[in-house]
Design a protein around this ligand. Sequence first.
Ligand code: 4NP
Length: 152
Amino acid sequence: MHHILFVCLGNICRSPMAEAIAQQVIDDHGWQNHFTVESVATSPEEEGNHPHPGALRVMRQHGLDASAHRSRPITAADFDWADTIITMDHANVANLQRLAPSAADAAKVKLCLDILPGRQGQAIDDPWYTHKFELTYQELAAAVPAWLTALQ
Ligand code: 4NP
């Protein structure tokens, strides 16, 4: 079983969308025995909050329901649980490198768009600021299945 942890700043926009997309891919392919996915925040700011209404709306438009999700900050147990940690932007990477309990945990941290040819080193911008929730969905819908295929 490969454990994938999606991480962003607040765990109300990008990482819950990534988790929902990944779960849909897993369900569609019957990969439930191969992957478990989760999502968390680097910040405790939004702890207990449901996904942003813009994220919920775009997910609904694409047949995904993440309304039961609640934000929570990453813990040492999450670092230990995860085999791969997929994060959205360079601030997320820097925060996770700082928070990682060990060098082995820090080495699990990947930038989401690095899996797509031509997008290496690029960030998935925060829709909390850009309000471009559909663009965020499209970027995640391209990258997340590519990660699952690569890690399969
Ligand atoms: P996310 O978006 O990291 O994609 O969940 C954000 C959510 C909340 C905040 C920032 C980004 N905030 O500052 O509260």
